[in-house]
Design a protein around this ligand. Sequence first.
Ligand code: BG6
Length: 462
Amino acid sequence: MKKFYNFPEGFFWGSASSAEQSEGKGNTGKGKTIWDHWFEIEKNRFFDEVGPDVTSDFFNRYDDDIKLMKELGHNSFRMSLSWARLFPNGDGEVNEKAVEFYNKVIDTFIANEVTPFVNLYHFDMPMAMQEKGGWESKKVVKAYANYTDKCFELFGDRIERWFTFNEPLGPVLGGYMQDFHYPNVIDFKRATQVAFNTILANAKAIRKFKKHNLKSKIGIVLNLSPTYPRSSNKYDLEAAEYCDLFYNRSFLDPCVKGEFPKKLVDTLKKYDQMPEYTKEDLKIIKENTAQILGINYYEPRRAKARDNAVNTKSPFMPEWLFDTYVLPGRKFNQYRGWEIYEKGILDLCNNVKDNYGNIEAFISENGMGVADEARFIENGQINDDYRIEFIKGHLKYIHKAIEEGCNINGYHLWTFIDCWSWMNAYKNRYGLVSLDLKTQKRTVKKSGEFYKLLGKNNGFED
Ligand code: BG6
C-alpha cells in the first residue's frame, strides 16, 4: 500500500555544494588553494586531467543557478565561502572584490527565498597557509579564526546557519593518512595534530562567533558512518568500538560535548600518537561546542577483529586495531565503491538523539555519484531513477527518525549541479541537474523533477 511521507512544517529541502567544487576561479584575484597547487604539479592524479579552474562556473552563473534551485523545490542550500578568495594570502586584508561577490550571492539567495546555510571551510586550504604548515600549525588556526571573524562581521546579518567545517576528517584521512589530498603525507602522529588543530580551530571560530551576538546558530558538518560489528564476538565488538572511536567519536565528542573520549586518548598515548596541546586549548574546546550539527551520510562502516597480526614496522594506523570488511551481498554504488545502506541514517540520527543531547541537526549531505550518465538519456533528459530510489530510500528512514523523536530539520542532497570532485573530477555525477562541461549547459535530470515535487509537497508518496 502506498504511503505519503509528510515532513514537519518548515523542513529544509535543498542541496549542498562547495566553493572549490563549483565556483571556478572568477576574477576577484582568488589565491591558490592546495587543490590548484596539487593539480599544477600532478595533473595525472585527477580524472581526465580536469582541475578546479572552471568547474560549473557558479561565479558567473549564480543568478540563474539560484533561480533554478528555487524552481526545483529548494527552500535552502548549503554553500561554502572560499578562504582563499576572501583572503588570497590566508590572512591580512580582506579582498573587497570577493566580499562584493559573496554579498551578491547571499542577497540573490535571499531574494529567491532560498535560505543560504554557510560553511566556512570545505577542504580548500589557501596554499599560502599550507606553506606555513597547514592545519599542523597553530598560526594557521589563528589565521582561520580571524578569517571566520571577518565573515561573521561581513555576512552575519543575513545568515541564519553557519558551519565551521565540512567533514574535517577528510583532510586528516586524505592529507596525512591515505594520500588522496595534498600534502600527501603518511604519518599518523601528524594526522592527529591536524585533527586536534582543526577541532581547536572549530572551537575558536565558535568563540569568535559568540562575540558578535548574532541571532543565528553555528555548528559543524561531520561525515558520520554508523559502525557495525561483524558479530557479537567480543573481539569483533571491540574492533567496531575502536573503528567508531577513531572515525566518528574523534570529532563528534569534542565538537558536540567538548571532550575527547577517554579510550581514544588512552589508545593514542599507548601508541605514542598524541598531538601537542595546552590546557588552554582544551578549555576553549570545552567551552565552545556546536549549537547545530550537519550529518553527511554516504556509507556505513563494518568492522571485525583483525585477521592477521600487525606488522609493527609499518606506520601506525587505526587499522592496527580492527579490519573493515565487506558485507556479502551488500547493495552498493559500483562507481564510487560505497555500500548503500539506507537504515544507517536512522541509526546515526538515533545515536545523536541518545548520546549527543538530541542536538538540532540536519542531513547536510547524502547522494549518489554515477559515471557515464549520458547512457540514461531519454528524450533529452537523464532518466536517473536510481537516484530517485536512493533519495526515497534514505528519506523514509529520516522520516522514521523524526517520528522517533530525532531533532532532524532538513535534508540536503549532494549535489545540485554535477560538480567537480576532489580527485575524480567529473567522473561520477551527483547532480539533480547535469552539466555539459564543454558548453556549461545545464539540463534538469528526472531526479530534479522529483525534487521539485518533494519540496512543493513537503514529502512524497511511495
Ligand atoms: C563528501 C564531500 O565527502 O562527499 C564532498 O563533502 C564530496 O565534497 C562528496 O564531493 C562526494 O565524494 P566524491 O569524492 O565522490 O566527490
